[in-house]
Design a protein around this ligand. Structure first.
Ligand SMILES: [Zn+2]
Length: 344
């Protein structure tokens, strides 16, 4: 097996469109790692950003893309306990952490500033075999197929933003800005939490807003002020900003009610040129949300397994990794919400 090579989607340079299929050897594993044979890997907005080179994080070129994945354990390192060959697993994304970092010691290793993830810091999963530290693993419940289980990661991003970093009560009125994968999943989780939920997009997002409707949320194009104020004229209890630009914070400050909250989960490197005074005047709490940790993954796997959270509506298709370009394009153009790849 060690001499065999497998096709991988490799991001090889900083330059725009520096992604191609390369044949790579099966990775060597350390004594605390397992070798995972990938069944499915989701394409993330961040994979697209590295492809178009408008990402804002350091990338260890050349690197295999892909951090939303699941598969079967192909071999286990000498010091790994509790896992065996053939186990069905998904992997968290924090491939490298410093266990001595104070954030790691409090269980928030996702916030360890030295952490490095699959797909940018170390080789990711858009290939047949990936090396995974055993501490990253979660068991996939029986009956949950890999094409759904591989989306545990974006679901965990949404769960952290909505159910952990936001305070949401049944009956709260929630507006999600941005109908991408994370936005739609945030809307779905807010719905599970008992919220009355709307999702805001642009004219070009019509298709994705239609998909969001299957989660029982109200799609809104361009302007959500009427929906925000229709109950008592004051605005929504919670705004989840899942758009990929920073300027939407202004919309969030406008739509939120006094004493309400804004949770920002969408990245946007451009500086804002507006006043934050509405935050002060309305006594609003602004909360960032990043990544996820072990307990969140366990909760999400439970929700996926019971069908309480259903990712099927957002899956736009499954492509062999050699057809990564089409899968990336379809997501990039907004034609599909989520593309999934399968190793060849
Ligand atoms: Zn992702």
């Amino acid at each position: 097996m060690s001499s065999a090579k497998n096709a991988a989607v490799v991001n090889y340079a900083e330059k725009k469109h520096s992604v191609e299929i390369r044949e790579i050897p099966v990775p060597e594993i350390g004594e605390e790692d397992i070798l995972l044979e990938v069944e499915n890997v989701g394409v993330c907005g961040s994979d697209l950003h590295q492809w178009t080179s408008d990402h804002s994080w350091p990338v260890n070129y050349p690197v295999v893309l892909g951090h939303e994945f699941g598969g079967k354990i192909a071999s286990v390192g000498d010091r790994v306990t509790g896992w065996k060959t053939g186990d069905r697993v998904v992997s968290e994304t924090a491939a490298i952490i410093d266990p001595q970092n104070p954030m790691s010691k409090t269980g928030l290793y996702n916030l360890d500033p030295t952490r490095k993830g699959f797909g940018y810091g170390v080789n990711g999963a858009m290939t047949r075999f990936v090396r995974v530290p055993a501490r990253c693993l979660h068991s996939v419940p029986e009956g949950l197929p890999f094409e759904e289980a591989c989306l545990t990661e974006p679901c965990s991003v949404a769960y952290n933003a909505v159910a952990v970093n936001s305070h949401i009560k049944p009956g709260d009125r929630v507006i999600v800005i941005g109908p991408g994968t994370i936005g739609i999943l945030c809307a779905a989780v807010a719905k599970i939490c008992g919220g009355d939920v709307a999702i805001l997009g642009l004219e070009k997002d019509r298709g994705r807003l239609e998909i969001a409707k299957s989660y029982g949320v109200t799609p809104i194009i361009n302007d959500a002020s009427e929906w925000a104020r229709k109950r008592d004229g004051l605005g929504a209890d919670l705004i989840i900003d899942a758009a990929g630009i920073s300027a939407t914070l202004k919309i969030a400050m406008d739509l939120v009610r006094p004493n309400g909250q804004i949770t920002k989960v969408g990245w946007g490197p451009t500086p804002c040129n507006f006043s934050l005074d509405p935050l002060v005047q309305k006594n609003v709490r602004l909360q960032g949300s990043f990544s996820h940790n072990w307990p969140i993954w366990e909760k999400v796997l439970g929700l996926l397994s019971s069908g309480t959270l259903d990712v099927k509506p957002i899956i736009g298709g499954i492509w062999p990794i050699t057809e990564w370009h089409e899968a990336f394009e379809k997501m990039h153009s907004g034609e599909v919400v989520k593309s999934i790849l399968k190793p060849v």
